[in-house]
Design a protein around this ligand. Sequence first.
Ligand code: HEC
Length: 187
Amino acid sequence: MKPATIALATLVVASATASAVDYASQIAPIFRAKCYECHHTSKKVKGDVDLADNKMPESIGAGKHIVPNEPKKSTMLIYCALPDDDEDVMPPKGKNRLTPAELKMLETWITEGASLTAGGAAPTAAAPAAAGGAQKWTSADGKIIEATFVRLDGDNVVLTVTATGTTHAVPLSRLSPESQAQAKAAK
Ligand code: HEC
């Protein structure tokens, strides 16, 4: 099946605000690398915890796994910080643990309010690497998304959007000249 062609603008992640940790570029890539295999709609949903972007709101709020501004009450962070041999540690059995830097990032994001849309820090070089080949793409009208190149398909470039994990064909004409060149160089 051909991926649906959609306007790049609809993929754009909300633009910068005062917050320092950005969910889409800094937190979601950690979950993708270390949790999605057991906690994502498209794979498995263990423990009733689905970390897919559209399901994240179900994990955030008072009494849920992520309590905004309250890292010490956020079981998501607590489980990730347990010792390797604790039976509740996430990911289980001490495999593929979050690094201290990733734990700190998660803690800071929660302390800042655990927003799924607000973000401020210019994504660091580390973020695209963690996302596995994701790059920045700029639309003809200057909006930026982070996505992984899949292939060129005629006049479209097929991209997997980091924030949503979804794959779309984007007409080359909707991209900036730089991103068009990036797409052509990527094949
Ligand atoms: C290999 C599979 C696997 C991976 C990877 C994994 N989990 Fe889990 N997770 C589980 C299972 C199984 C449960 C259910 C455990 C239970 O209910 O005893 C669970 C439960 C949870 C719960 C709910 C616990 C509760 O008591 O309600 C949270 C929160 C959670 N995981 C977070 C994460 C996070 C965050 C990551 C990534 C850093 C992660 N998990 C990675 C398998 C996994």
